[in-house]
Design a protein around this ligand. Sequence first.
Ligand code: HEC
Length: 396
Amino acid sequence: MDYLHDWANLLLRWGHLIVGVAWIGASFYFNWLENHLERQKTSLNEGVAGELWAIHGGGFYHLQKYELAPPSLPEPLHWFKWEAYTTFLTGFALLWVVYYLNAGTMLLPPGSAMAPWQGVLLGLGVVFGAWFVYDALCRSALSRHPTWLALSGFLLLVALTWGLMQVFSGRAAYIHVGAAIGTCMVANVFRVIIPGQKALVRAMQTGAERDPAHGRHALLRSRHNNYLTLPVLFLMISSHYPMTYASEWGWLVLAGLMVFSVLVRHYFNIRHLAGRKVWVLPAAGLILVTLMAAMAPGSAPSREATDGEVDAIAFSEVSAIVEERCAGCHAAVPSFGGFAAAPAGVRLDSGEQIRRHLKAIQRVAVTTRYMPLGNVTGMTDVERATVGAFIEHTAP
Ligand code: HEC
């Protein structure tokens, strides 16, 4: 069972990555096209808004964008939507496999007052509820003030992160913020952008008036999707970086990284424009550096501070702690339910393996404390201090 679970995890993650790359690749490409169209040429055909030449894969490409629409509906006309839909479907399935099937360890923090099923319900509520809140905001009077709209959305996201960090494990909180944003982005495609394009095509076929509202809504939503891409991509890889979500300030770290990545995206959006703002990239850099400085680890708890003892610590003492607290999962054949092989390929079930991994043990169990996962094995502060002191003073 655990073995099949690992395969489901692998195949879904791999698939999610592939279709996600296809979706974001296409959207980056169309953004790039839009930004690089030559609109001033005198040789443009009637009704053409701009064109450009490109070379790729050994051939020349000539693309044209129409002001409104071509005189008749071209056949075949390519649509871009399944990339987005399949990204949602694979991502949602992966959320189940990784977080909901193992909700006790992966979703909830140790000692949580919530039952696993309650955590799952809350997670689902957040992922889908986010869309209704966001959609309502976009349809409200606020939509006439895009900057205020974006600011409200950002503040809501920060509040959501903070709230989730109070009830979920740090990495589960982050992934749920990512899943909530991702769901809004896909729903933008499914509920607003594609319906708008369908209405456009229908209007062409029937010769009816075009409703300009469709275009306006679609533009607002695709702009949101554009700026949300980079934050969401970070959130999808965030579980590899416990330093971001493991502290109580994780919500603020995420807020900083979101602003940073939105500014970077903005830079790429406006880079080619005349009179562009020069402060965008330096501002992003400043935010990043400030964040790095603010997050720098303080000193790890020392053994002296916890129990007043300074004697040399024997390796046997450390290996006993690690075997008790870590080897249930980190063994060739984990005894802890839900794992078919040593997680992340890290085995800690013998003195030799433990010696090999001392640096990593220090990082995850002493500095960031994100292992044992959800502290399910109940590692104490004194044990962490002992391991830390050994690695710092005795081991080298
Ligand atoms: C409940 C099972 C479980 C326990 C107990 C556990 N781990 Fe892990 N560990 C995992 C999982 C799952 C991953 C992979 C998750 C990831 O990539 O973030 C992992 C990943 C790791 C990694 C590699 C990731 C990295 O950031 O380098 C190290 C090192 C590690 N654990 C060390 C430890 C130590 C040390 C302990 C004991 C103090 C411990 N683990 C206890 C489940 C566990």
